[in-house]
Design a protein around this ligand. Structure first.
Ligand code: SF4
Length: 376
């Protein structure tokens, strides 16, 4: 265990580590300037429990138990009998002329199957398949992948199959939202594409570490969904190059944990000090004080992607960031909404850096006033 690991463990405290998944990685990369989330996710802190202790209960990206059960049963159906249904789809819809395929089960063998052992097995199976000249299709169910984020290696356990045909891998993402008349909910497809981009990058990183080409993993992901509210699966190809480029750009902008830790007080911790029944005993005021020691970068997008959004929104109340990223960028250099109003109405004189923005604000304010004046 490294010094950084020790420090991150102390920041997390007694709670078990909250593992990453593709959704959390995509959300983290979408707000690369937020030190608070960067630190808490690297330490595996349960952000929902911290928010709860501070009086801001919030759930993000959680499905109802019915939707979860439906998703699991649909996935099991698609993968049943060594992926028979899936192979039929690949032949019919994706035009892969698969004759036969081997099925590699990389699911945990039992409850004691450690993630590091599964990572080794997954890596060895995928690298071996990548090197094999054999053109027969091969499916890998539930491989463990690894991705480096802000200098920390994180494991991800995708709910997916990596399918190798010829010399290329395709990622197969099974989702339970329907494709109705060839169209699916655009928000859900976008989220699936973002998650797939995380898997794609992790798989490419894994193969590159073994000295293989990243191009062995196709940027075309196979999305499998139920057709028209039935249980019949249908497959579509989605190109995730755009999502991949954006993910890479955001990852490159993220601050390294090695650089961030020395800037924080040594005593900082998000330990909730659970009692024997697992109930938190940490003083909320102390916890809030530790939270404010790590800078956040709130925007309304956080409400869809981060369990701490309620805490951070309350903290940012009255400041320009609560109005959204576009407004924040347009009003760069002005922090509070009250100051914006004063500059717009002319009750405050702008400093040199604010002059141009103040001119635009005043013009916008005058136009609004004219529009609101009653017509004669
Ligand atoms: S809610 Fe707070 S901690 Fe989470 S990403 Fe937004 S600003 Fe960062």
């Amino acid at each position: 265990m490294t010094v950084v690991d020790d420090r991150l463990n102390a920041i997390r405290g007694a709670a078990p580590r909250k593992p990453h998944n593709a959704r959390t990685l995509a959300a983290l990369a979408a707000n690369p300037g937020c030190r608070r989330r960067t630190l808490m996710d690297a330490a595996g802190v349960d952000k929902a429990s911290v928010a709860d202790r501070l009086g801001y209960r919030m759930t993000v990206g959680q499905m109802s138990s019915i939707a979860l059960a439906r998703g699991k049963s649909f996935e099991a159906q698609v993968k049943a009998e060594g992926g028979n249904d899936l192979l039929r789809l690949l032949r019919q819809h994706i035009d892969l002329p698969t004759v036969q395929a081997h099925y590699h089960d990389l699911n945990p063998a039992d409850d004691d199957d450690r993630i590091s052992a599964r990572l080794r097995r997954s890596r060895s199976a995928l690298v071996e398949a990548a090197r094999a000249p054999d053109p027969v299709g091969t499916m890998f169910d539930h491989p463990i992948l690894q991705l480096t984020m802000n200098g920390v290696r994180v494991h991800i356990e995708p709910d997916l199959i990596a399918f190798k045909f010829g010399d290329r891998f395709h990622i197969v993402e099974i989702k339970s939202f329907p494709i109705v008349d060839g169209t699916a909910d655009s928000g859900k497809v976008a989220a699936a594409a973002q998650q797939s981009a995380v898997y794609l990058l992790a798989m490419r990183e894994m193969l590159q570490t073994a000295g293989l080409s990243a191009d062995l993993v196709s940027h075309e992901v196979i999305l499998v969904c139920p057709k028209d509210f039935s249980n019949q699966p249908v497959a579509e190809l989605i190109d995730v190059r755009k999502q991949l480029a954006s993910l890479r750009r955001h990852l490159a902008r993220m601050e390294s944990i090695d650089d961030l830790l020395p800037l924080l007080p040594a005593s900082l911790t998000f330990d909730l000090l659970p009692d024997r029944d697992g109930q938190p005993t940490r003083n909320p005021e102390e916890l809030a004080a530790d939270l404010t020691r790590v800078a956040a970068r709130y925007s309304p997008d956080c409400l869809q992607s981060c369990e701490l959004a309620g805490v951070c929104r309350a903290e940012a109340d009255g400041t320009v960031p609560v109005l959204g990223r576009v407004v924040r960028e347009e009003l760069g250099g002005i922090d509070s909404i009250a100051e914006v109003v004063e500059l717009a109405t002319g009750s405050r004189q702008p400093d040199n850096s604010q002059r141009q923005t103040a001119r635009l604000l005043r013009a916008a304010y005058q136009m609004r006033q004219q529009a609101l004046e009653p017509r004669r």
